[in-house]
Design a protein around this ligand. Structure first.
Ligand code: ATP
Length: 451
């Protein structure tokens, strides 16, 4: 009997009509406990490069950190196969469920995870890495899921938050989660210090429930796992299972990584200084285009109308302003790139003046040009000033150096760090207090009323 500490990575089990990787991870964890494995840490839920087109929703992958008999890992692989049996999606090439096993040095995968946050990784490279490090994996269809599965294993999560995810019966495909805006607003008010992105007050929208038919009832994000349980209890909804994950959500992990290297490639994440070259253009649908120079390269930064205040404020930017733009590269050519903007930080603002002709000292009406090279004239009094001059008025703009512009919570990335407070996770040891399954612990009382 050989006992080892190991990591299981899973990804690409999602379909648009049901399931999601965190739920599959929860079922696997349940099986791991049945088999007598010890849980070493909270399961890691990582969000990877948000610009990758292969994602179903939020580009999530999960890793379990377990200790136990290596011989029994085979049973976990079988369970994974059983869970994913019959998963199909409307998209012809989805899903590509993969489960990977690794009991080597996690440090060797750190760089892979970091690159997965900010760039596109090829399947060939990933397979090569798996071979080199002896990562065992089971791919149930294509192998694309291996990328996220290995990245999740490699995620070090130096900075993290938590998310409590509660699930209903997976056969229950209803869209209703039985939560009112008023209830979630109340929960938000009570737990504001510890939880984030619960609601969008502008549109009065609940953000803790998905809208599809996946088994997730609610996902509450925050800094303290015990407070998440309290918040969940306050909502008083019924769940079959719930589990708390440690996650890179709300940490700007991708932007922090993007600052270290240049990712000027398709789907690359950037967080770079940009010099505004021209007046912002407002497109018919309200999208704003910022013409700028990034490391000497011409860029069009798109600030979508859905970005709320960020879109409105971006309209006040002006030639000569220096900002730091965070976002994903949509297209890139030899001379120009297009960026989907998700964050703008204002570094320095140029002085912008409004030029106005003076008024006539006698009648007070505005002087006009007397013709090319001829100075100014008052059309009423016929007084002429032989040279043209202007009064310059400095324009005050609703922008400040150091200001950070973000979209409203409803339009943010999972990875986006909220500006509403500090939600950095506090370190806690995992215990079974952070996991509930109606099936695994029939005696244990759920924190919600299951009567
Ligand atoms: P959900 O949010 O519901 O969990 P999802 O958005 O996570 O769904 P997946 O079904 O997991 O979507 O699909 C994402 C796919 O993209 C996976 O196969 C994953 O391996 C792959 N992937 C993730 N990051 C990268 C990357 N940086 N480069 C290339 N492929 C990636």
């Amino acid at each position: 009997m050989i006992v080892v500490i190991f990591r299981i990575g899973i990804d690409d089990t999602d379909t648009s009509s049901g399931y999601c990787t965190t739920f599959v991870a929860t079922l696997l964890l349940e099986e791991a406990l049945r088999l007598g494995f010890e849980i070493i840490d909270f399961p890691h839920l990582v969000r990877l490069n948000p610009n990758i087109p292969y994602k179903t929703r939020g580009n999530a992958a999960v890793a379990l950190i377990l200790k136990g008999e290596i011989e029994k890992v085979e049973i976990l692989f079988k369970k994974f196969e059983e869970i994913c049996e019959g998963l199909i999606d409307e998209k012809a090439d989805k899903p590509n469920p993969v489960m990977a096993f690794y009991n080597g040095d996690q440090e060797l995968l750190r760089e892979f995870y970091n690159r997965c946050l900010v760039s596109e990784i090829s399947i060939e490279e990933t397979m090569g890495l798996a071979r080199k490090l002896g990562i065992k994996f089971l791919a149930l269809r294509g192998v694309r899921g291996l990328i996220g599965a290995i990245a999740a294993i490699g995620a070090n999560l130096d900075e993290f938050t938590y998310e409590l995810l509660a699930y209903r019966d997976p056969n229950d495909k209803g869209r209703e989660r039985g939560l009112s805006y008023a209830k979630v607003l109340e929960m938000d008010r009570l737990f504001k210090k510890y939880t984030f992105h619960n609601i969008d007050e502008g549109k009065k929208r609940i953000l803790i429930t998905p809208h599809g038919r996946d088994p997730v009832l609610v996902g509450i994000r925050g800094s303290d796992p015990d407070k998440l349980i309290e918040a969940f209890k306050f909502l008083g909804i019924q769940a079959q299972r719930w589990l708390i994950f440690k996650t890179n959500q709300g940490t700007d992990a991708h932007l922090k990584e993007a600052m270290k290297n240049e990712n000027f490639a398709r789907y690359g994440v950037i967080y770079e200084e940009a010099k505004i070259k021209d007046r912002p253009k407002v497109m018919p649908g309200g999208h704003v285009i910022l013409d700028c120079l990034i490391k000497g390269k011409h860029a069009e930064a798109l600030v979508y109308s859905e970005s709320g205040a960020m879109n409105k404020l971006a309209r006040y930017l002006h030639e000569g302003d220096l900002v730091r733009i965070g976002g994903g590269i949509k297209e890139i050519g030899a001379s120009k790139m297009t960026i989907n903007v998700e964050r703008i930080e204002i570094l320095s603002l140029s002085d912008v003046y409004l030029r106005k002709r003076p008024v006539c000292a006698r009648c007070g009406s505005r002087l006009k040009s007397a013709g090319s090279g001829k100075g100014l004239i008052c059309k009423n009094c016929k007084i002429e000033i032989p040279f043209e001059f202007h009064i310059l008025t400095k324009i005050e703009r609703p922008l400040m150096e150091g200001q950070v512009l973000l979209p409203p919570p409803r339009s943010r990335r999972h990875l986006t760090k909220p500006i509403e407070g500090n939600y950095q996770g506090i370190r806690k040891e995992f215990s079974l207090d952070y996991f509930y399954s109606k099936f695994l612990f029939p005696q244990k009382e759920s924190v919600v009323n299951l009567s």
